[in-house]
Write a new protein. Sequence first.
Length: 502
Amino acid sequence: MADTKREIERKYESDDSGLPDLTGVAGVDAVVDKGVAHLDATYYDTADERLAAASITLRRRTGGADAGWHLKFPVAPNVRDEIRAPLSDTLPPVLAGLIRSRVRDAEVLPVVRLRSDRDVSELVDATGRVLAEVSVDAVHAERLTGAGGTAQWTELEVELADDGDPAFLDKVDKRLRKAGVRPSGSASKLARALTETAPRKKRGRGRPTTPPPVTAGDHVLAYVREQRDTIVALDPAVRRDVYDALHRMRVATRRMRSAFRSYAKVLDRAVTDPVGEELKWLAGELGVGRDSEVLAERLTESLDGLPPTLVTGPVRSRLRRWATDRRGGSRRRLTGVLDSARYLALLDTLDALVDEPPLLKAAGGTPEKVIAKAVRKDFGRLAETVEAALALDPGTERDLALHEARKKAKRARYSAEAAVGALGDRASALVKSMKSVQTLLGDHQDSVMARQTLRELSAVAHAAGESAFTYGVLYGREEQRAAAAEGALPVAWRGITEATDI
C-alpha cells in the first residue's frame, strides 16, 4: 500500500550555519526545537538517469519519522506529490508501476547516497498549531556509479504544514532573505548531488536544448513531441487516478494521431499509419473509463437538479452502483493495459519516431504555405460535414452526422493547434472557434449517449419492480438539451465561417 502527500517546500542556502531567528514572522508565536534526525537515503535511477531528467526522485530512506520508499513527482515550482510505501529491501511493485513509462525495461539501480543530519524546528501559532517545519540539513553525498565522487553542503528547508496557506511561505521567505539566506540553486538534494558528484568532464553540461521551429517539419514535430511527452508524463497520474489525467492522456493520443493525418505531406504515412493504429487502440482503452466518468457525472448532476417530488425509487443508488461497477472494471483493465508489452512498445516507437522522424519533401517548406494548406483542408472537410448534417431532419441519421462533425471539429482544432507557432493569431482564433463548435457538438453527443444509458437503467429498474418514472424525466431533459444544441448550431456555425481567416 502507498500513501500520497502533497509537499510544498522551499530550499535555501547560506554562508552561515544554523537557523536565523524566525519569531518575527507574522503569525509565528514560537519556534519549537524538535531535535536532530539522522537520515540515510539511497536514490535510484536508470544508468542514463531518466528519472532525474524528468525531475522525478525515487529513494529508499531510513531514519526520521517517515522511513520507507518515497517517489516524488513535480506538480509546480516548489510543489511535489510524494508517494510513500513501507520500508522493504526491494522496490515496491506499486512504485515500480508509477515509473514504468519512464524507465521501460531499463534496470533501476542505486545512483546516489545521501546522509543528512537534520536539525528540525516547527513554526507554531498562538494556539500551538504547526504552520511549517524548518530544518537545517548537513548533507554528505556519495555517487554510487562511475568514479564515485562525493560532496558536502548545508541547506535550509521550509516545508508547509498539511493544509497550510502557501502565502505563509512568502512571509518566511522575506524574513530569511533579510537574514542573508538565499534560495537554493538546485531544485532538490538529488539534483545538487548529481551535479556536484559527477565526473568533472560532465559537470555543467546541462540538457540539450531543442532549437526553435523554422520549417514546416519543425513545427509539426514540435507538436508531435509535445504529445509524446504528455502521454509519458501522465502515465503515473492515470495509474493513481488523478482527476482528469485519463482524459488529458486520451486527448494527447488523439492529437498525435490527428497530426499524422492532417500533416501527411510532412510525415510519411507509410511510417505513421501503423503508429496511428496503435494510438487508436490506446485511446480506445483509455476511453472505456473516461466515457463512463463523463456519463456518470452528467447523469448525477442532472439528477441533483430535479425536485425531490420527481425522484421516485432508488434512482441515485442504482446510478451509483452502475458508475462504480463500470469504473471498477475499467480501472483494473486500464492498469493491465499500461503494464502491457504492447503499450510499452508503443512508447518506444514514439521515441524513435520523434528522434528519427519520417520527413517528406514538404517538411522543408515554409510553414505559412505547407501548414496553412493542411489547416484549410481540415476546415473544409468539417464545413462539408456540418452543412450536410444540418440539411437532415432530426433523428438517428442526423445524430450520426453530427457525431461525425464533432470528430472533424476535433481534427480541425488539433491541426490549428499545431499551426499556432507558424500562423500566430489566425490559428489561435481558429482553435478558439473549433473549441466552441466542439463543445456544442459534444453536448449533443453526450445527450445521445446519456439517453441510451437511461433506457438501459430504466429497463433494469422496471425488471426489478422499481418505478421508471424518474428515468423518463431525465430522458426528456436530455432530449431538450440535444434539441437546444441542434438549434444553436446553425447560428454558431455561420459566425465561425464568417470569421475564419486561414
